[in-house]
Ligand binder design. Structure first.
Ligand code: URA
Length: 205
């Protein structure tokens, strides 16, 4: 199949991490972060989830999706019948971008240049993990994968074929759910997110 020419994907993934760590042309803002946060999960996972970038807690822990958005993601995934430990979870951008404000570090969205910088790493990561289905969480991940600023509301739940041959299932980012002000709207959107994840799980089987 498409991925069979890679002889040792685990070793290649380790080499990819080393390559990022050794880069001397990282975006300047990455110097303020604690560490790069790489993906985690089994190679050949049915589902690969791609978020935006590590947040405050991820930056400190060195693991993706362990903060508030991660906890919401875990809950939704469980409700959708997905075992997180069987999925591969990563981000489009591997460092935490933030503005220091007093004692808090305020999340800053990665710009087009940041997304472009990390894209080769993300594409290689997908090639090596070789998942059944890639689920993009939010606009940044979708943009990183397609190179286009597509509106999630228009393409949500519709499978997009990437030129590299993998399938993308776009849905919203869990942080979007956390930001919704109205409790009823939040409930409704959360249920929709769970339904998306369940649809993705079925598609990947
Ligand atoms: N948001 C993301 O996009 N990724 C994380 O790992 C955490 C929060």
């Amino acid at each position: 199949d498409l991925f069979s020419r890679i002889e040792d994907p685990a070793a290649a993934l380790t080499a990819l991490r080393a390559e990022l760590m050794g880069r001397n042309d990282l975006p300047s803002w990455t110097a303020a972060s604690t560490q790069p946060v790489f993906g985690e999960g089994p190679l050949g996972a049915a589902l690969m989830f791609i978020g935006e970038q590590p947040g405050d807690e991820e930056d400190l822990a060195g693991r993706p999706f362990v903060g508030p958005a991660g906890r919401l993601f875990d809950r939704a995934a469980t409700e959708a019948g997905i075992d997180r430990s069987a999925a591969y979870v990563t981000n489009a951008v591997k460092h935490f971008k933030f503005k220091p404000t007093g004692r808090r570090r305020l999340h800053q969205s990665p710009d087009a240049g940041d997304i472009t910088y990390y894209r080769p790493f993300l594409k290689r990561e997908i090639e090596l993990v070789a998942p059944g289905l890639v689920v993009s969480l939010g606009a940044t991940a979708l943009r990183a994968l397609t190179g286009k600023p597509l509106a999630i509301t228009r393409v949500r739940g519709e499978v997009i074929e990437a030129p590299e041959g993998f399938r993308i299932f776009p849905t919203v980012h869990p942080s979007y759910l956390l930001r919704l002000p109205d409790p009823a709207g939040k409930e409704r959107e959360y249920a929709r997110f769970v339904a998306d994840l369940a649809a993705a799980r079925e598609m990947a089987e």
